[in-house]
Ligand binder design. Sequence first.
Ligand code: DUC
Ligand code: ZN
Ligand code: ZN
Length: 489
Amino acid sequence: MTEPAYDLIIRGGRVATATDVFEADIAIAGETVAAVGRGLGPAKRELDAREKLVLPGGVDSHCHIEQLSAAGIMNADSFESATTSAAFGGTTTVISFAAQHVGMHLREVLDDYHALARKGAVIDYAFHMIIADPTRQTLEQDLPALIRQGHGSIKIFMTYDPLKIDDEPLLDILVAAREGGAMLCAHAENHGIISWMVKRLLARGYSDPKYHAISHARFSEAEAFNRLIGMAALVDQPIMIFHVSTAEGAKVIRDARGQGLKVFAETCPQYLFLTADDLDRPGVEGAKWMCSPPPRRGSDQDALWTALSLGDLQTISSDHAPYRFDETGKLRAGPAPNFKQVANGLPGLETRLPLLFDAMVSEGRLGLEKFVELTSTAPAKIYNLHPRKGSIAVGADADIAIWDPKRRVTIADDAMHDRAGYTPYAGRTVRGWPITVLSRGRVIVDDGKLLASPGSGRFLARSGGEAAKPTGRLVADMNPETNFGAKLL
Ligand code: DUC
Ligand code: ZN
Ligand code: ZN
């Protein structure tokens, strides 16, 4: 008897991509999708997907895993726990951060970080390189080599001592990104406004978690976006602005894109589902909801949904940054810290897709194709992982999540697979949950069980790709007649 042509068939589901929804079987041979059609077969194994949705696995392009915070606190997850929780939430690719701190050699940072991921990851991964110490060694030697080795994006912070990058070195980094063909991603908030607000608030005795949201005055975001966009335009370098939280911030991005500038932007579930009121709880409990930028207002949530629908924001990532609510994490400075002493960040790898599925698909806000686009296809394209990741197509990696659109789940702390010990969304009930998840053709999650082993995820080497290419309209606001700017690059 001849061997079946396929290893696995997912039969009878409703398949969705960023552009289409249709009934089909998906046939998998080895690690990739071999055919999409009706009546496919036979295969060595079949999964029955009738009444289910068959979606590309999520691509979470902004998550902090085994990373030291600005204050030197290691976040709660290992690669094993973070990628396990991602898989349970339907995500099959993560991009996390290899973070240089001042005094560190970027190459060593990358070597060490690769070793951690190789040991623990259960799904595929790529890295953004955080630059906090833009020495000549970093910018002229290490960075170009590391970009060539498949690290096609850089991240910088415009706030947070001691990671923050001032305007002049930021221009140097933008030029280095341009020369290497890498995307430049940024945490953009005005450092001076925030630190001035923090000092004033604390001096007057306003120290509870809720004052964290006040200290990150909303205009600190739009101001930093404007400044960053101006610098990026000066040297014609594409940028990705992380975690947009305000209506004003979204407007700055819309205007820049309207001028033809290559500005990409993301938001995160915490800015769509939480508000600053979530930080206002008895004692220091509100610290569990503290992240930067902070959640804002209902009117900001509305503005962000509009910006997503218009394409002003292209991706929704988790910004997963887990710290336990104990002395190892949020309460490291003691049981009653002031808001400035609390590590910033929320767990969110596992809840990102179910929260968004519930809002976008079950409740009908923007719909299924847009859900796939914002959470999988668009990040895969922007970070040059597409067509291997981010879609269901012949030849693509068989990274697939089979969703039960009717399953109701009440999100609970003890149901999560990360190590934060809590979720900011506990008690919310969502409709729709990923029940079976495949990574490169392997079933890695099935009905509540993890079937993958640590270290089975693979590094995804990538260049900056199309999104990171300059527009060719050089130095927008230097004198166009002399175009002197070209001599400076
Ligand atoms: N803010 C960041 O900039 N990074 C991690 C988490 C957070 O809240
Ligand atoms: Zn950030
Ligand atoms: Zn972040």
